[in-house]
Write a new protein. Structure first.
Length: 872
């Protein structure tokens, strides 16, 4: 044991600006390491699990270091590369590193003295109690009496200060859960499936089984035949795929029971005879095979795009012989410098995923890891299934709809892959035994403990869901991915049919590499896009509610042809409200400065900002009249009206309300895929990365509301939304149709969508951005002051803005109230800072931070200041 006095600087899971220094007792000198958790006291005796960032021998200047209470981990749970990433995020997005730690670590790894512990309902004390230590047993007994205990209370019961190690091992033994996990009440839908046993999956054996069954068990024979038919096994379609695995469809038990009357008993007998077996699995995760979009070989265009990306990455030498063989392809100019990031601009349904798969294969074969980022993972079962099919168990999926247990498990599995598989083996007790080579995830997966990333794919890179708005860190996962790749010396592919202006600009400036893919895959044509002039139709009194005759006729035709329809209604400005017919009074939220939204299904008024809910009043609160009507045209209303126009159509809706539960998206998508829905009505969600085989018509109900939204990005966004939703139309053998309803058919953005002319949209937008000092020419920093007293907000915002103007002059805009100036009884006001791209943003941020801390010691210290770098 060394007698040197060590200190550790730790990151606390709190929004404090600085690291905090603690002293290491001699006997733990060998146990501390950067990236391990330690238990420390902070504030009024509260305990936290903090993370070691530095180890050194310098005592803190301004306070006497307390001792750490204990060391939690045998091995680091966070790696140096991640800590570097956290540092960058904290600096770039101007937020405390504790905020980054809270965002990065799953809750299960972030215990504090207020953390509540409960018994895991699935734990059997009778059976497993003998494996517990005395203290663990004592704790379980206490929990059986009192249901929940805070770590503080546990400390009192066990009469010891440090209870974290006990709780930690109990979590690992599956005996207790931290309470947060119980909030999630969903039950994954489990379904029974049937498959052939390895014994029967053999030509000779199967022949024998058949002849035996033919003689005396015809019912069993029917069941076996039904299985073979449904699974597509032993048929021509069952060709091996790229990975060499046979393709066949998984068969639900319920389908067999449907196909053969009295199948249950026969199935049991077949299971007994070891011919078939029944297994259970979560629905939504199973793999669908034989999809028409499935390919095993890249076509020529895709192959060229792949080679171009590989060349630009410097993975292969440029091959001049196969360049410009096809005019469709716009490869970056000759002899390119090696790029770390390449933008792949490929139209919808052009087969980008297949190109990604080839890149992933290449990286994995080198023994490196791949991160595949998706904007909203709940919507993208299709892609996950596709990748699982190629990469099997080495695919990990990570997102916020997982509960804490699942998140910790995935965290540990990724960590385990780093250390060659022998990190703390009992900490990853779970079903995942394979190492993840490929992780598919939403933005939070950037924080997983990768040690050897070779490639990050940012799919749909333009999507606003990559930005975290609240809480801090307010990061953009696309931009953060580029920095993370830089740490790992990895490459990044940004993919989109409608790239963000920023990324496209970076590629034009040759900061990023660039490749375009303009041909849809498998001969699917780009859809025909028509505009329906709503102004004209209204004048001629032809509108039926919000539907033009052109759209209604097209829907009828599609339904007649047994084809599917998607109708898109922008979320903004269309929430249904209650309004007094006499005086136009609209019920307002009591906490926020917004009108309440009317939900017909639950007959409730709800605030979408704070969650406040109330019963609709029976009379007007202003004039007392009882004549209240609903106004607005949300998706619920559209669904309702469609049911009147098309009484025989099966109509479903996909929006925030219908997709709250964990698997709701997947169920709607699955129903639509299986043809159980004729018309799908939805908000932004229906624009995202879904490919359906039978959609012939897409209707955009109101293009104007998007275009008129007051935001410098609204044209760009409108283009992206309309182009993306249009991309859902089109089938293999038939050109799809898109109808855009608008009062302003000549609008340049609508015209750009019709002509599929991204470049014009980009060129016009870029000019505006330049003229009005917006990104990509300027960087934006938005500073928001928040307080419950409106006068305080006004005065403090003015004070801060004046201070900033002294330094930054005309680069400061505001202060101004945002569109919604009061949320949850707190008023807010924004100040916008625009910094030239060439200027030192680091310097500017430093000045801003100094001013904010000065502000924090002024008369306005009670005012909350929120900083958003690169707001979206
Ligand atoms: Zn509210
Ligand atoms: Zn009234």
């Amino acid at each position: 044991m060394s007698r040197t006095t060590y200190f550790v600087d730790v990151i606390l899971p709190l929004a404090v600006p600085n690291l905090y220094t603690y002293r290491v007792p001699f006997n733990w000198n060998d146990s501390v390491a950067v990236g391990k958790r330690v238990v420390v006291q902070f504030g009024r005796g509260k305990l936290y699990s903090a993370l070691i960032r530095h180890i050194h021998q310098v005592p803190p200047k301004h306070y006497e270091a307390k001792y750490i209470e204990s060391v939690l981990d045998e091995k680091p749970i966070v790696l140096i590369k991640q800590l570097d990433f956290w540092d960058w995020m904290s600096g770039y997005y101007m937020c405390p590193i504790g905020d980054v730690m809270i965002a990065a670590l799953p809750g299960g790894l972030r215990l504090s003295s207020e953390t509540k512990v409960v018994i895991n309902p699935g734990y059997n004390l009778q059976e497993n109690g003998s494996l517990l230590s005395d203290k663990e047993y004592l704790l379980i007994e206490a929990l059986e009496l009192r249901n929940t205990l805070s770590l503080q209370e546990i400390s009192e019961i066990l009469e010891q200060k440090t209870v974290y190690p006990v709780v930690k091992t109990l979590i690992e033994k599956g005996a207790v859960l931290i309470q947060e996990e119980l909030k999630e009440k969903f039950k994954p839908k489990i379904e029974s499936f049937v498959r052939i046993t390895p014994y029967a999956d053999n030509e000779d054996n199967l022949r024998e089984i058949f002849s035996a069954l033919e003689k005396k068990a015809s019912k069993q024979l029917d069941v076996l035949l039904a299985y073979i038919k449904l699974s597509g096994r032993y048929t021509k379609n069952a060709l091996p795929d790229e990975a060499g695995a046979n393709t066949y469809t998984e068969v639900k038990k319920s389908d067999i029971v449907k196909a053969v009357t009295g199948a249950e008993a026969a199935l049991k007998s077949l299971v007994k005879k070891d011919v078939l077996e029944v297994y259970e699995q979560e629905v939504g995760r199973f793999i669908k095979h034989g999809n028409a979009t499935k390919i095993s070989v890249l076509n020529d265009v895709q192959q060229q795009v792949l080679s171009s990306i590989q060349e630009q990455f410097g993975w292969i030498k440029a091959d001049s012989s196969n360049k410009s063989a096809l005019p469709i392809l716009n490869v970056a100019s000759a002899a390119p410098a090696v790029k770390d990031t390449v933008l792949l601009h490929g139209v919808t349904s052009s087969g980008k995923t297949e190109i990604y798969i080839k890149l992933i294969e290449q990286v994995i074969s080198r023994g490196q890891q791949v991160l595949y980022l998706l904007p909203e993972i709940a919507l993208t079962t299709q892609i996950i299934n596709r990748l699982r099919k190629c990469f099997g168990d080495t695919v990990g999926v990570y997102h916020s709809k997982f509960n804490e247990n699942e998140r910790v498990e995935i965290w540990n599995t990724v960590l385990k892959a780093n250390s060659g598989g022998n990190i703390d083996d009992n900490s990853s007790a779970g079903t995942h035994t394979a190492d993840y080579k490929l992780v598919i995830g939403a933005r939070s997966s950037l924080f997983l403990p990768f040690s050897n990333l070779g490639l990050i794919i940012v799919d749909e890179e333009h999507d606003t869901s990559y930005k975290q708005y609240d809480p801090s860190p307010r990061y953009n996962a696309r931009d953060a991915a580029i920095y993370l790749a830089h740490i790992h010396k990895a490459k990044v592919v940004l993919g989109s049919a409608t790239p963000s202006i920023e990324s496209y600009y970076n590629s034009q400036e040759e900061k990023y590499g660039f490749v375009e893919l303009f041909k849809r895959f498998g001969g699917v044509q780009m859809p025909e896009i028509l505009i329906s002039d709503v102004k004209e139709a209204t004048k001629r009194k032809l509108m039926k509610s919000h539907f033009s005759p052109m759209l209604l006729d097209a829907v009828s035709l599609a339904l007649q042809n047994k084809e599917q329809v998607i109708l898109f209604q922008n979320r903004r400005g269309f929430s249904p409200q209650l309004e007094c017919n006499t005086c136009a009074w609209v019920p307002q939220c009591i906490n926020c400065d917004v009108s309440l939204t009317y939900h017909k299904a639950s007959n409730q008024l709800r605030c979408h900002y704070c969650g406040y809910a109330a019963k609709p009043p029976s009379s007007c609160s202003a004039c007392g009249d009882t004549n209240l009507k609903t106004k607005g045209f949300g998706t619920e209303k559209i669904e309702e009206e469609l049911a009147i126009f098309y009484p025989n159509a099966r109509i479903a809706r996909m929006d925030l309300d219908t997709t709250r539960s964990k698997f709701a998206h997947q169920h709607i998508i699955q129903d639509f895929e299986e043809g159980n829905i004729d018309i799908l009505v939805g908000t932004q969600m229906v624009t995202k990365g879904l490919d359906f085989d039978n959609v012939s018509l897409v209707g955009i109900l109101n293009a104007d509301s998007m275009l008129n939204f007051p935001d410098f990005r609204s044209f760009e966004r409108s283009y992206q939304l309309m182009a993306q939703v249009s991309g859902r139309a089109g089938r293999k053998n038939k050109r799809g149709k898109v109808i855009i309803q608008s009062y302003n058919p000549d609008h340049s953005i609508i015209q750009n969508v019709v002509r599929n002319d991204y470049l014009s949209m980009y060129t016009n937008e870029l000019l505006d951005r330049k003229n009005f000092n917006y990104p990509p020419f300027y960087r934006l920093i938005e500073i928001t002051v928040i307080h419950k007293d409106v006068d305080m907000v006004n005065a403090s915002a003015k004070f801060l803005a004046d201070e900033l103007k002294r330094q930054f002059k005309q680069r400061v805009l505001g202060p101004e109230f945002p569109l919604v100036s009061r949320i949850r009884n707190l008023y807010q006001k924004n100040i916008l800072l625009k910094i030239e791209r060439e200027a030192s943003v680091v310097q500017a941020k430093k000045i801003v931070m100094e001013m904010v801390s000065k502000f924090k010691t002024s008369e306005f210290k009670a005012v909350r200041v929120q900083i958003d770098v690169d707001p979206m």
